[in-house]
Design a binder for this molecule. Sequence first.
Ligand code: HEC
Length: 114
Amino acid sequence: MQKFASVCRPALFAAALFAVPALAADVSKGDPKAGRALVYTCGGCHGVTGYKNAYPNYHVPRIAGQNFDYLVAALTEYKKGERSHPTMRAQGQSLSDEDIRNVAAYLSSLSASK
Ligand code: HEC
């Protein structure tokens, strides 16, 4: 009996330790306020009001209201050169991984209908 208790207690302690990082997981979702300050340069091409296309002759995808995970994936792909568009590669490379999450948090918080 005594042996069982001494094996069991460390296991419970470990379970409690692993529960803590789950509470702090919000950090990985990015900070929309910090992201807002970073998207000024994007508006020149992606449009300003509602981030619609600023140039009718030039296809620029709408990014406002886009899904958070999609934006993080797209920007990371440009950053790593897995997507080849030269301008967006430069944009991606100017952002840190944290910047990308912040930008994605802000853009995904916008309404897609404007
Ligand atoms: C010089 C013009 C220009 C600027 C500045 C610019 N973009 Fe882009 N962006 C584009 C074009 C053009 C594409 C489409 C590229 C392609 O076909 O791969 C694009 C694509 C994207 C995509 C992929 C969208 C999709 O549906 O796949 C995202 C996300 C994006 N831009 C975010 C940003 C962010 C965030 C910024 C600011 C940090 C920014 N862009 C600045 C021109 C620009």
